[in-house]
Design a protein around this ligand. Structure first.
Ligand code: FHN
Length: 469
């Protein structure tokens, strides 16, 4: 009996030991984790939409054109051969790469994604395979090279947006309705070869190490899953470490930006102008968003989001394990609009105090905390730091004391710190399945006040296992 008992004990120990070992990531997951490391740390980037479309700025022949500024060729029904002469007007004498990098750093943004070539086909760099590029303008200078050097000086990761769709290239299909050129003369395979040559220029090393190839314009019928796989493989052959978004292929579910069922090329999902309702366990994603309604400069678009709204968006996105790629559309003279700079400055002030609650954090362990949002980071000694982003600051009952309740948290709390009021000494008291935290009467920040709560172990909320929010 004793032997049997021992045997049973050994089996129990062995099975417990097996259960305790988490599954080893596959080689493919390890490769992805390696490439995505800086992206998951950065969490907040600047999107820049800039090109010839900034010159008309949403107007054509004196008339306002509907839609986003960078779509004026299509929405304004302009023949490509009537649009391309804008090249002779492109002279952004106020362009200063160091100033753009200063503004991104002021905001707390860690990477810049700039349109190398948008759907209009105009190249913002010195391309050897096209004369529809910036060197054949009055400005002449290689804008991407100057921005790349400024990013290197400023410690910002440079990334490239590149449109698969090209409204002006003679070989791209389908042609725009008002394009009088004969589609029979077009050769789409030849266009793909041209696109690959331009990507080779962009990843040649002349512009430094590029963090992301942000493809776009993959939705037309001529672009296929087969071509997407081939293009992703080609880019990977130029740089095995570069991150490629999911718009290289055909897996994206529209503006929701995440891939549908099946195996698709691309390292992460790209929700556009929206934030997923919940976190997406096991997936990287990045919401891209305009500050007003247009990506490219449009003089009449003054529908600016408030800085406060965008700060809470940043907290919401990070609490779901995503990145926030916030857009600016520089004016034709090369300056980022003052309204954008003003908002980025306010966001930057918040990030100065609270950036640790965004950078390198993971999604919330809570489904929908009543106080706002939550992000988390693993600490040494098996502890976890929870960052409580409090949007609605509790109202003090007596005007002298105040507290915030964490409704469900089984872990022991070992430390509490107010990020925006470091002189305030917080304490935690067990309250049912959760905790009550002593906090200042007045919120340290009117938009999102952050409380850092260190707990023992991995957070156990006791909630049903769903993605955050
Ligand atoms: O058509 C483009 C648009 O101009 C802009 O570049 C956005 C940014 O992600 N992407 C496409 C619309 O989904």
């Amino acid at each position: 009996m004793i032997i049997a008992h021992c045997a049973l004990s050994l089996v129990t120990v062995a099975s417990l030991a097996l259960q305790a070992v988490p599954p080893q990531p596959t080689a493919k997951q390890q490769d992805l984790d390696r490439r995505m490391g800086w992206f998951r740390e950065a969490r907040f980037g600047m999107f820049i939409h800039w090109g010839l479309y900034a010159i008309p700025g949403g107007q054509w022949k004196g008339a306002e054109v509907s839609g986003a500024g960078e779509w004026i060729l299509q929405t304004g029904r302009i023949a490509p051969l009537d649009y391309m002469p804008l090249q002779a007007q492109f002279n952004p004498v106020e362009f200063d790469g160091d100033e753009w990098v200063r503004i991104a750093k002021m905001a707390g943004q860690k990477y810049i994604v700039i349109t190398t070539k948008h759907h209009d086909g105009f190249a913002l760099w010195d391309s050897r395979v096209s004369s529809f590029d910036v060197t054949a303008t009055p400005f002449k200078r290689d804008i991407l090279k100057e921005l790349a050097d400024a990013c290197a000086r400023g410690g910002i990761q440079l990334c490239f947006y590149h449109s698969i769709m090209d409204w002006t290239h003679g070989d791209y299909l389908p042609k725009r309705e008002c394009d009088a050129r004969n589609p029979e003369d077009a050769d789409f395979d030849r266009y793909v070869g041209y696109m690959k040559e331009q990507l080779k220029e962009l990843l040649s090393g002349r512009y430094g190490k590029i963090g992301i190839l942000w493809f776009d314009g993959e939705w037309e019928s001529t672009w296929t899953h087969e071509r997407g796989l081939d293009l992703a493989k080609y880019v990977r052959s130029l740089d095995p470490d570069i991150i490629i978004n999911n718009r290289v292929d055909k897996g994206r579910n529209g503006m929701a930006g995440l891939n549908g069922e099946g195996e698709w090329a691309g390292d992460y999902g790209t929700p556009e102008q929206e934030i997923p309702a919940t976190g997406i366990a096991g997936s990287d994603w990045e919401t891209c968003m305009t500050m007003n309604d247009t990506w490219g400069w449009k003089q009449s678009d003054t529908n600016w989001k408030s800085a406060e709204t965008m700060i809470q968006m940043l907290c919401d996105i990070a609490s779901k394990g995503g990145n926030f790629l916030l857009n600016v559309g520089p004016q034709p003279d090369g300056r980022i609009p003052a309204a954008s700079i003003e908002r980025l400055a306010r966001i930057g002030t918040w990030m100065e105090t609270n950036g640790e609650a965004i950078y390198g954090t993971a999604a919330s362990p809570f489904t929908a905390p009543p106080f706002g949002r939550c992000t988390q980071k693993r600490l040494a000694e098996g502890r976890t730091r929870l960052y409580l982003h409090v949007f609605e600051w509790p109202i003090s009952a007596d005007g002298a004391t105040n507290s915030l309740v964490i409704p469900a948290l089984k872990n022991e709390i070992v430390a509490v710190r107010m990020l925006g009021a470091t002189s305030f000494v917080s304490s935690a008291t067990r309250l049912g399945d959760g905790w009550s935290i002593s906090i200042p009467v007045i919120a340290p920040d009117s938009v999102s006040s952050v409380i850092a709560v260190d707990v023992v172990g991995i957070p156990a909320t006791g909630e049903p296992k769903v993605s955050p929010h």
